[in-house]
Design a protein around this ligand. Structure first.
Ligand code: IFM
Length: 710
């Protein structure tokens, strides 16, 4: 029996009561399958049967309850389309021309609307992360609506809804909607079709199966949508539900987090993994925007968020999804090469914001809080993304053990950025190497020289490219360049002061106005709005992890024992003005052994979307933060990283806060399925094939089904 099947059985529902305490019947609406008992570590619950939501809360709920399959995402819209709703169906990689932002994800026809006599309260909605089924019980207008819907991850593009409609069924005829064709002005497009079947009788119910096929390259044929619909109809809603439950059970069997003693954090971590894996699918490429398919913010543009924050969680739980993210970058290498060439450089320069074809689509202007037009310079200056893409390719190989990827198709993702840096770096008269005029992750300081993070990442990139050239032997095309890459890497300044153990964030940073975050108020806070960009740029206030980001991504590239002095210095200066910040600090605080402070930052990260902490969740979930939550737990608290000879062993080095009884993780490592139970005194390592581990410094070979390593 496969692990997946075993898990599906283990999670089979126990006998359900006649009616659920929450009003949900013991079967899902329309009897399409058994309802599962609600579990607070798996179920996100919003509202109660009779409550309404204000406009802001409607948008937040739409993002939180988005159902996606990596191809198509449907926000958690209410079936009765109340005012204030922003219904949206989005397709990965399908962009259209858009004013101001150049290209934006194209909105597609919705499939959830019901013809009800008016707007109901939002009611009680439950997203069950075990199987991705979203249920709603809403009472009003002299009746109760009970609905369930899901996006079929085993058949991307197919979505299902079942609803019990009572007397309202009279307004809802059975119908097959003719295919709707939507074309993008950039080429490509989508075809949507659906069939709704109303079953009359004492308990009238509706069953709907919808299909959306989409492509950013060429308009899919209508026949494809029709064929997919016919295939799905053959299984019917019940069959599709059974398939869905097995597919999600298989995912959870190889990627899960449980914090025993903290059900809210367990739910937050599972919520993160659920939406991360809903954002991609196994395919030649998937464009994962900063908000995935959960909302329109940032126009669906792809940032470093995808390479550095989203990819690690996928590489460690569902490698084909991570590979699809790299496929997106690989297919846009020609555009990255063209940009480097246009700037008189060699190699490839990846864009800060990317959409359909890999050209830079960062908006050039924005509007500030006074209504003034201000320039946006990240597209020109935030160059570290080029090294971040190389880091993503390397991380995929180290977590999956697939060095063949780096020696084969993924090779240019490391080599071409290194060539770019080699042609970008300036040597001074003393031979020191510099990178002038950039923006680091801390976007509050623009046009700075020798940003430590950028330089350290470029150095790391040059060294890894040289390693790859060495592995290929002296006859490799890069062998002659490798020596230059190493020399340049050694010559790059990084602002490290060995007397204090601190890195200067960029040349001149230590001389800026010594403000700290506490001077501005409680974090997170928008320091740009409080101080204004000019004063902010002259101050030491930091938006998000910058120097510390290097400690997080490439600890082997920073000075030994430099984590603590830099945490002590930069954390008080950081306002977490970006959602990418708290989780990275949580991870690093855990690595520094400060488990309780790390937990505070992790809770902050968990609240960003679940509590709409920055009032931006309605535009979509912050996917980088969701990836950061996984990293904080896996690489921070559990201390996972590659190690041992050839980086082939899994290092486990847990640091647990007092409130946690156990930290349990399921993940994939080098083709194995690994189950970890981390306790203060020992770690259980479960595996399906022999596995080398280094637990708290102790080297061990673990054989299936696993053993405790003390
Ligand atoms: O990529 C991030 C950046 O680091 C901070 N501003 C938002 C971007 C998209 O999430």
């Amino acid at each position: 029996m496969s692990d997946a099947t075993a898990d599906a059985r283990a999670e089979a529902p126990s006998p359900a009561p006649a009616t659920h305490p929450t009003g949900m019947p013991r079967t899902l609406p329309g009897g399409i399958g058994p309802a599962r008992a609600e579990d607070p570590t798996w179920c996100l619950v919003l509202g109660d049967a009779a409550t309404g939501l204000d406009d802001a809360a409607i948008g937040v709920a739409e993002a939180l309850l988005c159902l996606a399959d990596g191809a198509i995402g449907t926000r958690g819209v209410l079936e009765d389309r109340p005012p204030g709703a922003t219904p949206a169906v989005l397709a990965a990689g399908l962009y259209q021309e858009a004013p101001e932002v150049g290209e934006a994800l194209l909105g597609l026809p919705g499939w959830c609307a019901l013809d009800l006599p008016g707007a109901l309260p939002a009611g009680r909605r439950v997203l069950d992360l075990r199987d991705g089924v979203l249920t709603r019980v809403a009472t009003g207008l002299d009746g109760t609506l009970v609905s369930a819907r899901f996006a079929c991850i085993a058949r991307p593009g197919v979505t299902v809804m079942a609803a019990e409609l009572g007397d309202w069924a009279r307004g809802e005829p059975s119908r097959t909607s003719p295919p709707v064709v939507i074309r993008s002005s950039l080429g490509g497009g989508a075809v949507s079709t659906m069939v709704s079947t109303v079953h009359e009788g004492p308990a009238p119910r509706l069953e709907r199966i919808a299909v959306t096929v989409a492509s950013g390259r060429r308009l899919p044929p209508v026949s494809r949508a029709a064929r997919r619909l016919a295939e799905a109809r053959r299984l019917g809603a019940s069959g599709l539900l059974a398939e869905q439950r097995a597919a999600w059970a298989a995912r959870w069997a190889t990627g899960d987090v449980e914090v025993v003693g903290d059900p809210a954090l367990t739910l937050a971590a599972r919520f993160a993994l659920f939406h991360l894996r809903s954002s991609a699918r196994p395919a030649a490429e998937v464009a994962v925007g900063a908000r995935g398919l959960t909302g329109p913010a940032y126009a669906g543009h792809v940032f470093w968020d995808t390479d550095v924050f989203v990819l690690p969680a996928l590489a460690a739980t569902d490698p084909p999804l991570a590979r699809a993210l790299l496929g997106y970058r690989l297919r846009r290498l020609p555009a990255a090469r063209a940009r480097a060439a246009a700037e008189g450089r060699r190699g490839a320069r990846f864009p800060w914001e990317s959409a359909r074809d890999g050209r830079d689509v960062t908006p050039r202007r924005g509007i500030d809080q006074h209504g003034e037009t201000v320039p946006i310079r990240t597209g020109d200056l935030e160059e570290h993304v080029t090294a971040d893409v190389a880091w993503a390719a390397w991380t995929f190989a180290t977590w999956t053990g697939r060095w063949s990827f780096l020696e084969g198709p993924g090779r240019p993702l490391v080599i071409e950025p290194a060539r770019y840096w080699a042609s970008r770096i300036r040597r001074d008269q003393q031979g020191r190497a510099h990178i002038d005029g950039v923006i680091g992750p801390d976007e509050y300081h623009e046009g700075v020289d020798d940003n430590a993070f950028t330089n350290i990442m470029a150095r790391w990139n040059l060294r890894r490219a040289a390693d790859l050239a060495d592995r290929a032997g002296p006859a490799s095309p890069e062998a002659a360049e490798a020596q230059t890459w190493r020399e340049l890497a050694d010559a790059l300044v990084d602002g490290y002061d060995r007397t204090t153990g601190r890195y200067e964030q960029f040349a001149g940073y230590f001389g800026l106005e010594p403000l700290v975050a506490a001077d501005l108020g409680r974090v997170p806070c928008p320091a740009d709005l409080i101080l204004g960009p000019a004063r902010l740029g002259r101050s030491q206030i930091v938006k998000q992890a910058d120097v510390l980001m290097a400690h997080h991504l490439v600890p082997e590239e920073v000075a030994p024992r430099s984590l603590e002095p830099n945490l002590d210095y930069y954390l008080p200066r950081t306002v977490h003005g970006s959602s990418l910040s708290p989780s990275v600090h949580a991870a690093l605080l855990a690595r520094a052994g400060r488990a309780e402070t790390a937990l505070e930052l992790l809770r902050l990260a968990a609240a960003i979307d679940l509590e709409d902490l920055t009032e931006t969740t309605a535009g979509g979930l912050h996917l980088a933060n969701l990836g950061g939550i996984w990293q904080a737990i896996a690489t921070g608290f559990a201390g996972l990283r590659p190690g041992g000879p050839g980086a082939a062993a899994l290092v486990v080095d847990p640091v647990l806060p007092n409130a946690w009884e156990e930290l349990r993780l399921r993940l994939r490592w080098h083709g194995r399925v690994v189950r970890l139970t981390c306790r203060p005194e020992a770690v259980f390592v479960g595996c399906d094939r022999p596995l080398d581990v280094v637990v708290r410094g102790r080297v061990a070979r673990v054989r299936p089904p696993g053993s405790w390593v003390e």
